[in-house]
Design a protein around this ligand. Structure first.
Ligand code: SAH
Length: 204
């Protein structure tokens, strides 16, 4: 997975590659799908949700340019796999998940892989962010929104980075947002297709 799906597609951050080499992805997918754990695709995890394609998890983590000192907010814990990757790269991760049963599953997956020590999984609507631990040096959103939720931009530290798929169900771009000196800029990393962000200020 690391050589063929990540390195060859320009994932160059050695810390990201190392984390994804070490974290047992099969422990984060349902038993029936374990043989597919290292495939180049998203995998169903129940409740209509998926664990993202490994390349997307890597690209998002790399885009955040984590140094190891940050508190990171993740929106959409799902299986807990991306939270585990972020937890290996940052000081602390808060991961918010809107499906309570998935939040519990993510906690369980992080516990059994012993990856959860610096990760807190919160059941709730992450489109509103999580003000209690703001500001965040980095924010990773694992579900697509028509626009970047204002609460997330507010809770992003200056300087800080945020990565989010923006667009409609079938037409999305992965945006990397940089907040610095009071300015907000973004670039498009790639086209992508994530599950929709729910809850929030008028989304479903
Ligand atoms: N990072 C996950 C990928 C999960 S897919 C992993 O590595 O497995 C996106 C997740 O976002 C789903 O679990 C979905 O339930 C969740 N989600 C959607 N809208 C949300 C919201 N407003 N707040 C928190 N989680 C949300």
């Amino acid at each position: 997975m690391v050589e063929v799906q990540l390195r060859r597609r320009n994932i160059r951050d050695e810390r990201v590659l190392q984390a994804m080499q070490e974290i047992p992805r099969e422990e984060f997918v349902p038993m029936d799908y374990r043989v597919m754990a290292y495939r180049d695709d998203p995998i169903h995890i129940g409740y209509g949700q998926t664990i993202s394609q490994p390349y997307m998890t890597a690209l998002m983590a790399q885009s955040l340019e984590l140094k190891g000192t940050e508190t990171v907010l993740e929106v959409g814990a799902g299986s807990g796999y991306a939270a585990a990757v972020l937890g290996a790269l940052a000081r602390r991760v808060i991961s918010v998940e809107i499906v309570a049963a998935l939040a519990q599953q993510a906690r369980e997956n992080l516990r059994k892989t012993e990856r959860g020590a610096n990760i807190e999984v919160v059941a709730g609507d992450g489109s509103l962010g999580y003000a209690e631990s703001a500001p965040y040096g980095a924010i990773s959103v694992a579900a697509a929104a028509p626009e970047i939720p204002a609460s997330l931009l507010e809770q992003l530290n200056d300087p800080g980075r945020l990565v989010i798929p923006v667009g409609e169900r079938d037409d999305q771009e992965l945006r990397v947002v940089l907040k610095e000196g009071g300015r907000i800029d973004y670039r498009v990393a790639t086209l992508c297709r994530f599950v929709p962000l729910r809850g929030g200020e008028g989304w479903r």
